[in-house]
Design a protein around this ligand. Structure first.
Ligand code: ARG
Length: 570
């Protein structure tokens, strides 16, 4: 049950009864918990509309007590503080406890496509892929947990200009009799050399562009070589996903090239059915009024270039068409960096005009900022190359191993390694997810690996504390009545009951930091409870152990939704 919604419903019912009008009570968790744990703010607005004194109206609402499971009290000019009765809290905790979903009410199940990770395949995954991969994977986990039907869409770039350059470069190598390799590290080297050539050598650029067209029109030799690049790159990205506990499987890849056969149809539909297509300098474009360049000139969305090649825009339109028509998605979320905002705006706008996005569908860009170094500069290696994602993950595990070995030297090597993996990966992911998604953030090893503050190790450690308590308690079953008396117990209980609210607020704008903040507060309240209320051997040991158990279940579940594991000891 969502307590906030329950209170809102109850008080709104009464407010409607008293006022005869449909005013919402607007219940929010109270800021100042010493007064009440929730507050109703809607009375002011209702009183204003009714031209009544807000305190008078509030008085009526407060006196209408019947058998409410909560107490009310007027505050300030006409707010109402709400305090839940402890019996009610105990019953709600029992209900939450027996619910595998921990109190979450499943919404109507929707088909949701999440487009995330989606690296370009000519090179290794780098730090630039960290955010989309981590954020996307967490969103998918949360949406799936509450019962939606998810399609993970790894829209990898395997079809664009970069492959033209790569093919052109390899062609040159063969001409000069050098050996060809499709190992990823060589491809990466070739690709860098090819991009450099593309920029400074007109002839090469021309050749590269021809290769894209050749590839896209199905030239068998090109396709053969290209297939080798792709399978090598995919093999690499799957290794990264597995190491980093990302739920993307091979079968979630639907590469840009998968839409190749649809591209002429898209062009034709835009031209004939919707009369959107205009020729401009030989290219086929869509001009929409809302897109203007710096000079106020209309900005084209290029669907087909003059040489016949299809750019990024075209595959994205085909993908939208596929997601609507074939997948029948209710929602499509694009977890893509803020630098592609204009591109996606154009995709959505053109797709709407073309009927590839319908009125009842929600297509949304979940953008994010950059990962920066501690000095605020871009994250690059000393020689200016992108830092490889796998190196970052391995470094985190190494650093965590050093930390764990220091903290608990008596553990066996294999135990330490297992914990280091969970803590290291958890640290990177949590550092990422606990920040507001839309802004840049600074990658700081010491902070993310700290056992204090809003970090993964802190939460993982809180979890192990509870687990070790249970090992000491040596009990097999936890049956008994929940009794809440102490303030620390009440506060912890209310936080536990807010788990469903935390999930809902997290999904409002797909901000995982809301869930992180919730788990951090929960752990903090647990630690206070643990200090103030004796547990083992106390008069209500069972009731308190139930609170411990619920806390640990929520931490474990919450972290899992962020893609982070827990261990039993560390
Ligand atoms: N491959 C693209 C890149 O690396 C990201 C793709 C995002 N998804 C999309 N449907 N455009 O920049």
């Amino acid at each position: 049950m969502n307590i906030q919604q329950f209170l809102e419903r109850e008080l709104t019912k009464d407010l409607v009864k008293i006022s005869g009008k449909n005013f919402p009570a607007i219940v929010k968790p109270a800021q100042r918990t010493e007064f009440g744990h929730y507050q109703a703010n809607g009375i002011m607005g209702a009183a204003k509309a009714l031209k009544q004194n807000p305190r008078e109206l509030a008085k009526k609402l407060v006196s209408n007590t019947q058998a409410r499971p909560f107490e009310t009290e007027i505050a300030g000019p006409g707010f109402i503080n709400i305090t839940l009765k402890t019996d009610f809290i105990a019953d709600a905790l029992s209900a939450l406890r027996s619910d595998p979903l921990l109190g979450i009410t499943k919404p109507k199940s929707l088909k949701i496509v999440v487009d995330y990770s989606s690296p370009n395949l000519a090179k290794e995954m780098h730090i630039g892929h960290l955010r989309t991969t981590t954020i996307g994977d967490s969103i998918v986990r949360i949406l799936e947990y509450i019962g939606h039907d998810l399609v993970r869409a790894n829209h990898v770039g395997d079809w664009g200009a970069q492959f033209g350059s790569l093919l052109a470069y390899m062609d040159q190598l063969t001409e000069t009799g050098q050996s060809l390799s499709t190992e990823l590290k060589d491809l990466e080297r070739f690709y860098q050399a090819a991009s450099a050539l593309f920029k400074k050598n007109q002839d090469f650029a021309e050749k590269a562009r021809n290769y894209v067209v050749k590839l896209q029109s199905g030239d068998p030799n090109c396709i053969e070589l290209w297939k080798q690049f792709i399978s090598e790159s995919i093999r690499h990205s799957q290794v990264v996903y597995k190491t980093f506990d990302i739920t993307l499987a091979n079968s979630d890849i639907r590469a840009e090239s998968a839409y190749n056969d649809d591209l002429p149809t898209v062009v034709q539909e835009l031209a004939s059915e919707h009369s959107l297509l205009v020729e401009s300098d030989g290219a086929k474009c869509v001009f929409l009024d809302e897109f203007k360049g710096k000079d106020q000139k209309p900005l084209p969305a290029i669907i087909q270039k003059s040489d016949g090649g299809y750019p990024y825009m075209a595959t994205d339109l085909a993908a939208a068409r596929y997601r609507t028509r074939v997948l029948k998605a209710n929602k499509v979320l694009y977890v893509v960096g803020v630098e592609q905002q204009l591109h996606l705006k154009q995709v959505f706008a053109v797709a709407k005009k073309a009927g590839y996005i319908q009125k009842d569908q929600e297509y949304k860009h979940l953008s994010f900022g950059m990962v920066l170094k501690e000095d605020g500069s871009r994250f690059k290696t000393r020689d200016g190359a992108d830092v490889k994602l796998i190196d970052v993950v391995n470094e985190a595990i190494e650093r965590a191993l050093a930390l764990v070995s220091k903290k608990n030297p008596s553990l066996s090597i294999s135990e330490k390694q297992k914990i280091a993996r969970v803590v290291g990966i958890g640290s990177i992911k949590y550092a990422e997810l606990s920040k507001n998604r839309t802004t840049d953030y600074i990658f700081d090893w010491d902070r993310m690996l700290s056992f204090e503050g809003n970090t993964a190790p802190y939460l993982q450690y809180s979890y192990t504390r509870i687990r070790s308590l249970f090992r000491r308690a040596e009990i097999n079953s936890l049956e008994g009545k929940i009794e809440i008396t102490e303030e620390a117990e009440i506060r912890l209980s209310l936080k536990i009951l807010q788990f469903p609210e935390a999930i809902e607020s997290t999904l409002e704008d797909y901000q995982a930091n809301v869930l992180c903040g919730y788990l951090y507060e929960l752990s903090g309240l647990f630690n206070t409870f643990y200090e103030r209320c004796p547990i083992l051997g106390s008069y209500n040991q069972t009731s308190r152990l139930i609170l411990c158990d619920l806390t640990s279940r929520i931490i474990k579940q919450g972290l899992e939704l962020l893609g982070i594991k827990t261990v039993e000891q560390m």
